[in-house]
Write a protein that binds this ligand. Structure first.
Ligand SMILES: [Zn+2]
Length: 309
């Protein structure tokens, strides 16, 4: 059975580690992540973005994750990632598949974000068992809008506002902006995270904190991808050292998407180049699954969720 991430995240908050939340788009990625969670005895949040739902359909994705929950004796939650469209969030809540949703009103003015998030919280609380709601305050940029240091305050999460936001909305967890960015092409220099800000937010906000855009962009895997034809020059992520410090300071959920994509890409490219005469999809996707599984296990160890199932 799929469970609510509530107990998972509260335990992580109390014990000082983070639960990984992996984005999936298909069966193979899901299986690789679940295998990793079993091997590490780790709780795991599976999440689907609006893009994943557009690609594969909410019903298909919901059904395979539900089966994963039925077959495996570890805590598995299903979460809607970055719901910006109110109707999609409502559909996810009503679907019976999701145990958690994110409403992302981070691009709205503060008061609008409060009102819309609150609406979603009210809707989610009516379900039995209640659906959890992750909200976002402060913008987490993508590669197209890199933040200049002088404009930090406009984007980064304001600690006082965060306290007020959680109080007013009743959201169950909060995604914050402290210097991470979505995607692989996000940093030209080594990134720095605003740890002072994180500490201040943690003091004021009691619900679990979520970090997006913290992919590592593992250079070993980028090297494999590039040596078999990819052109991922200049990609750079958040180092393991920075990420594990953020967890130490109070991050309780870390979203992971880009790192799995790069592993998938490297595995498929390597296989196709090495075995040009093989056209069996099961063989083509096998090595990609192995790389994703390894990547997921590494994350669980780094975040401290191994052994916490
Ligand atoms: Zn995100």
């Amino acid at each position: 059975m799929l469970i609510s991430p509530k107990s998972m995240l509260e335990k992580a908050n109390k014990e000082g580690y983070a639960v990984p939340a992996f984005n999936i788009n298909n069966l193979e990625i899901l299986q690789a992540v679940i295998e990793a969670a079993l091997e590490e005895n780790s709780p795991v949040i599976i999440q689907t973005s609006e893009g994943a739902i557009e690609y594969a359909g909410m019903e298909y994705l919901g059904a395979i994750v539900r089966v994963a929950g039925e077959l495996n004796d570890i805590p598995i939650a299903l979460h809607l990632d970055h719901g910006r469209d109110y109707n999609l969030v409502k559909k996810a809540i009503d679907s019976g598949f999701y145990t958690s949703v994110m409403f992302d009103g981070s691009s709205l003015p503060f008061e609008d974000n409060v009102l819309k998030t609150k609406d979603v919280v009210v809707m989610a609380r009516k379900k039995r068992p209640a659906i959890q709601v992750e909200a976002e305050l402060g913008a987490i940029p993508g590669k197209e809008d890199l933040i200049h240091v002088s404009r930090r305050d406009a984007f980064y999460t304001n600690p006082e506002q965060a306290e007020e936001f959680v109080e007013k909305t009743g959201c169950d967890s909060l995604a914050i902006s402290i210097g991470t960015a979505h995607g692989a092409f996000k940093f030209t220099d080594d990134p720095s995270l605003d740890f002072e800000r994180l500490k201040e937010i943690k003091k004021r906000v009691k619900v679990p904190l979520v970090l997006h855009g913290a992919s590592e962009v593992n250079q070993e895997i980028v090297k494999i991808a590039n040596s078999f034809g990819a052109k991922l020059g200049g990609v750079k992520g958040v180092s393991n050292r920075l990420l594990s410090h953020a967890v130490k300071l109070g991050i309780n959920k870390v979203n992971i998407d880009t790192d799995l994509r790069i592993a998938f890409d490297a595995g498929v490219r390597k296989f196709l180049k090495t075995y040009p005469k093989v056209f069996d999809p099961r063989k083509i996707l096998g090595p990609a699954k192995d790389l994703i599984r390894q990547e997921a296990r590494d994350k669980m160890r780094l975040l401290g969720s191994s052994g916490k199932a």
